[in-house]
Design a protein around this ligand. Structure first.
Ligand code: CA
Length: 228
């Protein structure tokens, strides 16, 4: 069972390719980017099981990416393995201070990389935000890694936004989320959308969920919550 998604953030092409190749060979799925900003988007969209993060990146640096992940309550459980240059002890210390879970120094052996990733996934199986990647509630099953929703076993075709709204609400059953919280979680801080459009999305989502639509409750004057 190794089809978990690993997010690789590395701007040096050779190393990026080596890491990607190594992880694909080990049976993982891999998302790759050379930009910290894009890494943050990818992890919200695709819910990876682990991130391999280079520290020296153009634009938003690796340390800052790591800090943002660890400060975000929905992402903080994501294990982060940083890549540092050999002998850069300060980088390793700064990485741990930023919340990194492990490190690998460059140059590294592919076998060691694969072993470190596997060990980290084992160690964090219960605490990762996605664990197996699946959220289950009664007859509803959400698989973020596969971008898949099933109701009583039958697949439901959702738009990207509907999927993310559902995933967000279902991540904390019983919690009430305001429309603006949902807007921010689903589209990021800068998306020019009003709370009203969330109502439209939720209406469409409920329709598609059929019997499971009861799991999304309207909280008058506030927003929405997930659960009976
Ligand atoms: Ca770099």
């Amino acid at each position: 069972m190794t089809d978990e998604l690993i997010l690789v953030v590395e701007d040096e092409e050779d190393i990026q390719e080596l890491v990607e190749y190594t992880l694909l060979r080990a049976g993982y799925r891999v998302d790759v980017t050379d930009r910290g900003e894009e890494a943050l988007e990818l992890m919200r969209e695709n819910a990876p099981a682990l991130m391999v993060l280079d520290l020296m990146l153009p634009g938003l640096g690796g340390l800052e990416v790591c800090r943002r992940v660890k400060r975000d309550e929905r992402l903080s459980g994501l294990p982060v393995i940083i890549l540092t240059a050999r002998g850069e002890e300060e980088d390793i210390i700064a990485g741990f201070a930023a919340g990194a879970d492990d490190y690998i120094t460059k140059p590294f052996s592919p076998q060691v990389l694969a072993a470190r990733v596997a060990a980290m996934l084992r160690r964090t199986a219960d605490t990762r935000p996605n664990g197996e990647g699946v959220l289950e509630y009664d007859e509803l099953r959400i698989h973020p890694g596969r971008f898949e929703v099933r109701v009583a076993g039958a697949p439901v075709a959702l738009t990207h936004t509907e999927f993310r709204i559902l995933q967000y609400l279902a991540s904390r059953p019983g919690w009430v989320f305001s429309r603006m919280q949902i807007v921010r979680a689903v589209h990021g801080e800068d998306y020019p959308v009003t709370g009203r459009s969330i109502d439209v999305q939720v209406a469409s989502l409920r329709k598609k969920l059929g019997e499971a639509s009861r799991l999304i409750a309207t909280v008058r004057g506030v927003g929405y919550k997930f659960g009976d």
